[in-house]
Design a protein around this ligand. Structure first.
Ligand code: FAD
Length: 390
């Protein structure tokens, strides 16, 4: 029998890890306190990119994350699609934004990241419904980017994990993780169970769960209204839009969400985002987003905003991915990351290889949890408010 591994958390990251573990022969049990996708993976812009990722090691990780999506989608059987490598169109309006975008294109071109400039007529050929403002002379096209439909991605990952024998238990809340010399004990809803290894993929709950094992992993407070972790996502009903790409503009970002539906984001509004009180359909945010949608999309006003949700990012205190063992005995492995939709399938493969095959990944070298051992309490993540940030 293969190694007994518990994966805690059934978001995109946990599902990716579980799938790779079973593919490599492990005996996997997943625990989810609510239902799969109940966490941040259920409210994500789900843009697949390495657009503004620094330092270089974080950029490389995200570039590899994009490539892993391509491979995963290409290898899949069946006709359901969740991954759309359509590219991302970005324009700037003010002189400052233009400067930011021009410098970004230069930097990314230098890294060999596919991007080029289009004039507004080219954009009309690609996306006939997009209205480029007359003041915009050129639009940056990040050809290698795209988006996923996060629920379908999750369905695919979990489906493949379960097809190969992973057991998914929910609702099943893990109360504590206790590494010891015989393995790792999990206390789940009052019952104790022993595993050879446990992988924590509990997103914004990571600090609390790993603390039960004596480990410390600081995250930005996901409940803080207007803080760096929170952001609005508006979901429209079916619209008369033919948009097929991600569109990023200073006032609104848009991605298709299947069946003519769109997901909208306007980062400047996020100062008012409060997880404790998401705005209703008739709110100020809804009115502003509808107006902005109408400005950039012909028939944009045909789209009704059905809901606005407040997403809560998984943000380690320095903003970067955490992946590695959290205890000396190497019983508890922790994964916590922003951009987990871009990175999920890649992290799944790298983490499974580290856990089962002792293949240490150089891509993860800069992202080990022990960097927080002597943490001074500083949160070094700035809120994402600028063009093309996420
Ligand atoms: C507004 C916004 C926009 C974003 N845009 C993008 C983007 O464009 N591109 C991108 O790549 N990423 C984006 N992200 C980030 C991305 O969505 C997240 O990084 C990713 O979804 C994290 O996935 P996860 O599986 O780690 O966490 P989650 O999806 O939160 O999964 C964790 C799961 O663990 C469960 N859990 C917690 N505690 C326990 C316990 N004790 N026992 C059992 N189960 C437990 C939870 O219920 C949850 O289901 C965005 C996030 C936000 C908020």
């Amino acid at each position: 029998m293969g190694m007994r591994v518990a994966v805690v958390g059934a978001g995109v990251v946990g599902a990716s890890v579980a799938r790779e573990l079973v593919l490599r022969g492990a005996n996997v049990t997943m625990f989810e306190q609510d239902h799969p996708g109940a966490g941040t993976s259920g409210t994500s812009f789900a843009w697949i990119n390495s657009h503004e990722k620094r330092p270089d090691s974080y950029h490389r990780l995200n570039v590899a994350g994009c490539a892993e999506h391509e491979r995963f989608a290409a290898a899949a059987k069946g006709s359901q699609r969740w991954h759309f490598a359509t590219g991302n169109l970005v324009w700037a309006e003010s002189a400052t934004e233009r400067d930011v975008l021009e410098r970004r294109v230069k930097r990314l071109e230098h890294h060999g990241y596919p991007c080029r400039w289009l004039d507004p007529n080219d954009v009309r050929l690609l996306e006939p419904d997009v209205r480029v403002p007359p003041s915009v002379e050129r639009v940056a096209y990040f050809v290698g980017e795209g988006y996923v439909l996060p629920t379908l991605l999750l369905a695919r990952l979990l489906g493949e994990a379960r097809d190969r024998g992973a057991e998914l238990r929910y609702p099943a809340r893990v109360r504590s993780v206790e590494p010891n010399k015989h393995g790792v004990d999990l206390v789940v809803d009052g019952q104790r169970e022993r595993f050879d290894r446990v992988v924590s993929c509990v997103g914004r709950w990571t600090h609390d769960l790993v603390a039960t094992a004596g480990a410390h992993l600081p995250l930005v407070d996901p409940e803080e209204a207007g803080g760096p972790a929170v952001g609005f996502l508006a979901y429209t009903g079916p619209s008369l839009s033919r948009m097929s790409r991600v569109l990023t503009t200073p006032r609104i970002s848009i991605r298709p969400d299947g069946g003519g539906r769109l997901v909208l984001q306007a980062l400047d509004l996020d100062t008012a985002a409060d997880p404790a009180s998401p705005p209703g359909p008739g709110s100020t945010e809804s009115t502003i987003l509808s107006e902005r949608l109408g400005e950039v999309l012909t028939l944009g006003r045909s789209a009704t905003i059905e809901s606005i949700r407040v997403g809560q990012r998984v943000l380690p205190a320095d903003g970067h991915t955490v992946a590695g063992f959290a205890d000396e005995g190497e019983g508890l492995y922790v994964v916590a990351t922003h951009s987990g939709v871009t990175l999920g399938p890649l992290l799944g493969r790298l983490v499974a290889a580290e856990l089962l095959d002792h293949e240490e990944s150089s891509l993860l070298a800069d992202f080990r949890p022990d960097r927080f051992r002597d943490w001074d309490g500083a949160v070094t993540v700035a809120p994402t408010r600028g063009l093309g940030e996420q």
